[in-house]
Design a binder for this molecule. Structure first.
Ligand code: DPP
Ligand code: ZN
Length: 872
């Protein structure tokens, strides 16, 4: 296979100054005319080689003269033209088939609406082009369509002309004044409703905001619109960045491979990240909409105005933009709760990736299919790397750096090095060693120990860092990272911290810097044995190893001034207890829940002053997937049984307090997206997860909450309990839910997921039946993720069934899906890549499925790359 290497990067042989597109939409195929104004880049005699895939050539002309067959060469991936002058105009016309485009890259139809997805390399499926991000051109796009079925026709920039052509057809021309790479091109045409609003920028320009949706969904756009306006104001306030066109458009489509796409002035969204009202969407959905709308908006500066030189720089825009959307959501809601959610996501998706056969640095050095590198590492770890720069330089320093970055590079296609250099130069800082984060894969371990010396009142903190070997990187160098710590006194308050040799002490969190394989810090004037709170706020993307007694963890759960670390202390205590129980179970000892866990959680439940959402997170035991990460060889059944045992035992022990808190939250919550109600629902549902384990009141509480149908958040939490139960009402509730929402695809996705993730012995049989349900289709990525993705990644006992039937089911669907949508198929392989973590029998079964996938004839590059690398 063709491997693309970063070190092979070369500047383009030609540049494109201007593009004129003429897209004639039709039911039997679409004609795309293109007129490229080209300029030779440097002194050379090389031919022009354009990318193009699946295009049927209708005509080609150079500088106004039609080209004879011998003057150009066409193959499956390129169009080569020799003999261009220093400047040239190339005109082509081709036919494409949007209706037959099931890969959802390039121009395709979703529920009748024409739409595009060009990142990373979809534009070459629309017309021949230099489809690489360092070629930035001005686009003028004319769309011709049917007045009845495509009354709305959109592209980037501003509409500059329109008219009709007879035959009930019309046309519109859009012009984008900003030069852009082809991956930011977009075109949408269909019969869509529009919801309008406006935003006045701080310099006083009025921007028209438009969200286009399928008819009937107009009442589900309010939250996205509010999020957009908040994001626009936030980027002005926090980064000094204003929007730059007169119109900002968002289109929601049903069939979309990703979450959304930041095309210039015309974002195209997976409907899941736009459409919501409390009756149809959960609070998690609402949060997701807020952050994805902001994320795509923020790309206008970090991605579009300043773009990537090549796809190895993907984290330049994605890591940075994820960090920006995380900051934004933290400002909109509870910062600690947001931080916890982000770290949970990093640990669930990125840590396994970083420790498995597909480990790669946030700046990969090679790829076969770039679509496979839109990973948790590039995005989430990339955001952590930016967050560390933010910590090291401080808020003002980071802002100085981002200002310089925009000032230097506006309108350019640049590299991660350019970003880091701007941060350094603006702050006179040295990020030399820090750059290793861009090229070194693997999650570092921080092995810490603390020694209190009562005689001289000092506390010695020793931190050793070690990054495990990853494929192709056996040796690792020490990394530079911020390490935020606090020492807590007996009264629960942070002690003032002074390192030996320093003159004054400061209370609260201290950000230490680690650079060496081993670092030592001696804190002085420590009057009593402190309780250390390390890696506050998760100041670096590492695994912390610090043996802290259970009493200290419980103490920190109650007193740590860092809310993230209060939660982390709860997680650590729960991990300790649950892993102890796993060992007991494996040794055949009876399971006994330690009193101290129930007491610590009871104390949390009674904390009326804390954010209920934080308490909900503290009360929720680590999930099976998280627990598994702590085991040498993952024991799927033991983890499951022990966790179920602990939940039930805790429910019995804390019954009255859970019930009281449940009722209080239920009474406090109002339907709607206000922070207090969302937090109350969060805690209400965390209590329900316990209460539903109780034989007497569990069933009635869950059923009552389900039947009340107050908000989708409450309905789904209840239905999840019901779907996992053996209660006689189970089948009826699932049938009832389906009947109520059968015309609402986003809600039906939830119905599939709740069954795919139910912890039951017969889940696979249900999932097999659901895969044959009339509402199931491999053609809709959301539906695939709702059933197959959820089953494979969020239901360990069912996916890892000892007989291998779970593996067989998923592998078979990956192969079936590969024929129509390779990009989404490749994403489903990840759980198989974790095979090394399991027992011999499972290893063999997982490997056999990977081998079966790799040996399939006609496999896509996407699936072949991930599956074959997963075998290593
Ligand atoms: N649409 C994807 C994102 O925003 C890729 N750019 O992350
Ligand atoms: Zn992005």
């Amino acid at each position: 296979p063709d491997v693309i290497h970063l070190e092979d990067y070369r500047v383009p042989d030609f540049l494109i100054e201007h593009v004129e597109l003429h897209v004639d939409l039709g039911d039997g195929g679409t004609r795309v005319g293109s007129r490229l104004t080209l300029r030779r880049n440097g002194e050379h005699g090389r031919p022009l080689v354009l990318h193009g895939e699946g295009l049927e050539l209708l005509s080609i002309a150079l500088d106004g003269k039609s080209l004879a067959a011998g003057r150009y060469r066409l193959d499956d991936e390129t169009l080569t033209v020799e003999g261009l002058g220093a400047e040239a105009v190339l005109e082509t016309e081709c036919r494409i088939d949007p209706d037959g485009n099931t890969a959802l890259e390039g121009l395709y139809r979703s529920n009748g609406t024409f739409c595009t997805q060009c990142e990373a390399e979809g534009f070459r499926k629309i017309t021949w082009y230099l489809d690489r991000p360092d070629v930035m051109a001005r686009f003028r796009t004319t769309i011709v369509g049917d007045r009845t079925t495509q009354p709305v026709m959109l592209s980037n920039g501003n509409p500059v002309a329109s008219g009709t052509t007879g035959d009930n057809r019309h046309w519109v021309t859009w012009e984008d004044p900003f030069p852009k790479p082809s991956y930011l091109f977009a075109l949408v045409a269909g019969d869509l409703a529009v919801v309008e609003d406006s935003f006045t920028t701080r310099s006083g320009r009025e921007v028209a905001l438009r969200i286009y949706v399928e008819h009937g969904n107009e009442d589900r756009c309010g939250h996205a619109m509010t999020a957009l306006k908040h994001a626009m104001a936030w980027d002005e306030r926090v980064y000094g960045r204003e929007y730059d066109l007169d119109i900002f458009m968002i289109v929601a489509v049903s069939d979309f491979n990703m979450g959304a796409m930041e095309n210039k002035g015309l974002n195209v969204f997976n409907a899941k990240y736009i459409l919501a009202k409390p009756e149809t969407a959960t609070d998690v959905d609402f949060d997701g909409i807020e952050s994805v709308v902001a994320h795509e908006y923020f790309h206008n500066w970090t991605g579009n105005r300043v773009t990537c030189r090549d796809w190895f720089q993907l984290t330049l825009k994605e890591g940075l933009t994820v960090f920006r959307d995380q900051q934004f959501s933290a400002d909109m809601n509870s910062a600690a709760v947001k931080r916890i959610a982000d770290v949970q996501r990093l640990r669930a998706a990125q840590f396994p990736e970083d420790g498995g056969p597909l480990a790669h640095p946030i700046q990969p050095q090679s790829y076969i299919e770039i679509n496979n590198f839109y990973t948790a590492t590039v995005y989430e770890k990339g955001a952590e790397v930016i967050r560390m720069i933010h910590r090291l330089l401080g808020t003002d320093g980071f802002r100085k750096g981002s200002d310089l970055y925009f000032e230097r590079h506006d309108g350019q296609a640049v590299t991660t090095e350019d970003f880091v250099a701007a941060m350094e130069d603006a702050n006179d800082a040295d990020l030399g060693q820090f750059r290793r984060w861009y090229v070194q894969a693997g999650t570092p371990r921080l092995i810490c120990s603390g020694d209190y010396d009562a005689a001289d009142g000092s506390y010695l903190l020793t931190v050793r860092q070690e990054t495990p070997a990853t494929p192709g990187q056996p040796e690792k160098a020490p990394l530079h990272m911020p390490f935020a710590v606090g020492l807590i006194g007996r009264d629960g308050a942070d002690l003032p911290l002074r390192l030996a040799g320093e003159n004054s002490a400061e209370a609260g969190t201290r950000v230490l810097q680690l650079r060496e394989a081993e670092s030592r810090f001696r804190f002085v004037d420590i009057p009593e044995r402190p309780v250390a709170s390390l890696l506050r706020g998760f100041s670096a993307p590492v695994r912390l190893e610090f043996a802290q007694p259970a009493e200290d963890l419980a103490f920190r759960m109650a007193h740590d001034s860092d809310d993230f670390n209060r939660w982390e202390a709860a997680q650590e205590l729960q991990n300790k207890v649950l892993l102890g129980l796993v060992a007991d179970r494996r040794a055949g000892r009876p399971l006994v829940l330690p009193d101290m866990l129930a007491e610590a959680l009871g104390t949390a439940l009674d904390d009326d002053g804390a954010d209920p959402s934080l308490l909900a997170l503290m009360l929720t035991l680590p999930g099976e997937v998280m627990l598994a990460q702590h085991m040498e060889v993952i024991d799927v059944e033991a983890i499951h049984d022990v966790r179920e045992f602990a939940v039930k035992a805790l429910a019995e022990r804390l019954r009255d307090r859970l019930l009281a808190r449940y009722r209080a939250c239920h009474a406090a919550a109002r339907p709607g997206f206000d922070g207090a109600s969302m937090a109350a629902r969060h805690l209400q549902n965390a209590c329900l997860a316990y209460l539903s384990q109780l034989d007497d009141i569990g069933r009635e509480t869950a059923l009552a909450q389900y039947r009340e149908r107050r908000t989708m958040t409450e309905t789904m939490a209840a239905l999840a309990r019901i779907a996992a139960s053996d209660w006689p009402e189970r089948d009826e509730a699932l049938a009832d839910f389906h009947a109520a929402w059968r015309n609402d695809p986003l809600v039906i996705d939830k119905w599939f997921t709740v069954q795919a993730t139910a912890a039951r012995a017969d889940t696979l049989e249900h999932v097999l039946a659901l895969a044959g349900h009339e509402d199931f289709t491999l053609r809709n990525p959301n539906r695939v993720r709702a059933l197959i993705g959820a089953f494979a990644s969020a239901n360990p006992t069912a996916f890892h069934r000892a007989d291998g039937a779970g593996y067989d089911f998923v592998a078979e669907r990956i192969l079936a899906l590969d024929a129509s949508n390779p990009q989404v198929a490749a994403r489903l392989i990840a759980p198989f890549g974790q095979w090394r973590r399991y027992d011999k029998a499972r290893q063999e079964r997982m490997l056999n499925q990977l081998k079966r996938i790799v040996s399939q004839p006609g496999l896509s590059k996407d699936v072949r790359e991930v599956a074959s690398k997963s075998l290593n």
